[in-house]
Design a protein around this ligand. Structure first.
Ligand code: LLP
Length: 400
């Protein structure tokens, strides 16, 4: 399989995002804004199409929460992907864009009755239960609405993964999924209810995991559990192993598709002989590297202790740095030719001291007002987590 992707490159006085010159593109545009490299995304998606053709028992369901831009979701639909949704609004959003309901899987520990009714009436591929109390409500609603309902069970496999603690979901201390005995209890409840069918087992251990060995041992554990269920006479149509591999939030960012390819190869090898459908729900690895947040330098402020570079972007466009201490690659297009060895804290106009994109940013030349700043790797969990805190405008998005 050949994997060609447009990549992000820096020249002496420009940044190329795919084939797009950021210098030319940004002229006269108000910052901050998101810029998406659709050529890169299309290249990835055409590789995925080939993968899906060659592996008909693998279904890829894009995690809408990563980025719900209609342009992006439509591309996923056109490429034959299904969806992982976690709210009634996400479900409505993708069905309105043309997603087939039977390719949609709905997870989340707090679905409301309205959301459950919506999922039941749409006959989605799997309504994934995360507690016995939720199963009880689904049972009642399916009876009342008199609709056959595909119910998946989310298992908490109690595995320890190396990622930010907020991005971990498969530990016994986490709120997600059911422990093994409760999975078994829920299966007998589902079996006894004529409206409900057990559609499949769902597991998601966390996000931004880069170590493929972690996936490998977790997949083996999930495969063994599926084996047990099949031996016991249950008939799950699928095993859904949740989100995908992480991306590199450093200067190796362009290597991320190669890691994604290895992750796909791992899945293909491990599950090739299984009778059931294998579902994965990647979000970050599908769109993360194809979005950049573009901003400009508003001011340089020097204090006796520090140099601050105040950008016009903030946590309201990209929350990850403030929320998780995440650091994204940051590249600049500079106007000055005066060399500098100073370091800068890149911060924002927001009244929050934790709103920092970098503590120790270095650049070749003196930064000056109006210089362009590209915050890379912002395609996933960037625009989708934007807010209007301080009554700021939501960022515009451009698709190139
Ligand atoms: N499936 C389920 C059930 C999930 O909860 C998630 C992500 C995914 C799939 C997609 O995972 P991915 O392939 O993107 O790793 N806001 C955080 C990420 C939170 C992810 C939550 N769940 C961030 O900015 O890093």
């Amino acid at each position: 399989m050949a994997w060609f992707f447009s990549v992000i490159t820096q020249t002496s006085n420009d940044i190329l995002i795919g084939n797009c010159s950021l210098r030319d593109f940004s002229k006269n545009l108000k910052t901050p804004f998101y810029l998406y490299d659709m050529t890169g995304l299309d290249a990835l998606l055409s590789e995925l199409k080939i993968h899906l053709r060659d592996n008909p028992k693998h279904r890829i369901c894009y995690a809408v929460k990563a980025n719900s831009e209609p342009e992006i979701c439509k591309r996923m639909i056109q490429s034959g992907l299904g969806f992982d949704v976690v709210s009634g609004n996400e479900l409505k959003h993708v069905t309105q864009l043309g997603a087939a309901p039977n390719q949609i899987y709905f997870s989340g520990v707090g679905k409301t009755e309205v959301e459950i009714d919506l999922a039941i009436s749409q006959t989605i591929g799997g309504l994934h239960i995360e507690s016995l109390a939720e199963l009880e409500l689904i049972k009642q609603r399916a009876k009342t609405l008199n609709k056959p309902t595909q119910v998946g069970v989310r298992w908490n496999p109690d595995v320890d993964v190396k990622t930010h603690p907020h991005l971990r979901t498969g530990d016994a201390n986490d709120k997600f999924g059911l422990e093994t005995p409760q999975v078994m209890e829920s299966l007998s409840i589902i079996q006894d209810c004529p409206e409900l069918t057990f559609s499949g087992l769902h597991v998601h251990i966390g996000s931004q995991i880069l170590d493929l060995n972690v996936f490998e041992s977790f997949y083996k554990k999930a495969k063994a559990f599926m084996g047990d269920l099949l031996t016991k006479g249950f008939k799950p149509a699928y095993l859904n192993v949740g989100g995908g591999v992480g991306i590199y939030y450093d200067n190796n960012i362009n290597e991320s598709p190669a890691l994604f390819k290895k992750y796909l190869e791992l899945i293909t090898t491990l599950f090739k002989d299984e009778s059931y459908t294998l579902i994965t729900e990647p979000g970050r690895s599908l769109i993360g590297i194809y979005g950049a947040l573009i901003s400009r330098v508003l001011y340089i402020k020097t204090t006796p202790k520090k140099n601050f570079l105040i950008s016009d972007a903030s946590m309201t466009e990209l929350l990850r740095p403030a929320l998780y201490g995440a650091r994204h690659p940051i590249w600049m297009i500079q106007q000055s030719q005066t060399p500098t060895d100073k370091t800068f804290e890149i911060t924002s106009p927001i009244c929050e001291s934790g709103d920092t994109f970098s503590e120790d940013f270095t650049c070749s030349f003196e930064p000056t007002q109006g210089d362009l700043i590209a915050i890379l790797g912002a395609g996933a969990y960037g625009a989708s987590m934007a807010s209007q805190y301080n009554l700021r405008d939501l960022p515009k998005a451009y698709f190139n």
